[in-house]
Unconditional design. Structure first.
Length: 140
């Protein structure tokens, strides 16, 4: 709540308290009965637990507590997940580098000059050559 809300609540409470004396007796009796009924239904307050003992600077029993084991398990799981993601990234990076190296080797070891791959007429020539090679195979 901000200060404006708190101020409004105080003003409303003050206005209600000012007019409390002007209410009829039957209304105040009904309000008192409703308040008593509401208080009877109210849950009992939970007892407040105060820590009476102080922990030592180094407590051996805390090393074997289940909270520590649970936290260690969560940290270990997160570390394994990060290590797995790094491993997958490295594997994919190596595969991509190997594919690019294979492609580069195939292009560089070919008898064609590199400018032939950028010529649009050469692509049409290759398409015609592939069609010509497929037609004699179909005739056989």
């Amino acid at each position: 709540m901000n200060t404006d809300d708190i101020n409004l609540a105080y003003k409303i409470r003050h206005a209600l308290n000012d007019n409390l004396d002007n209410l009829p007796a039957s209304t105040t009796d009904r309000l008192a009965a409703a308040r008593a009924q509401a208080l009877a239904r109210k849950k009992a307050d939970a007892p407040v637990r105060a820590k009476s003992r102080q922990r030592a600077a180094f407590d051996v029993s805390s090393l074997f507590s289940m909270q520590w084991v649970a936290r260690a398990a969560v940290v270990a799981t997160l570390l394994e997940m990060v290590a797995g993601m790094v491993g997958v990234y490295q594997y994919q990076h190596e595969q991509r580098a190997a594919e690019l190296a294979e492609l580069d080797a195939a292009v560089l070891s070919d008898d064609l000059p590199l400018t032939a791959y950028t010529d649009h007429g050469f692509n049409a020539y290759l398409a015609q050559q592939q069609q010509a090679q497929q037609q004699p195979q179909r005739a056989q």
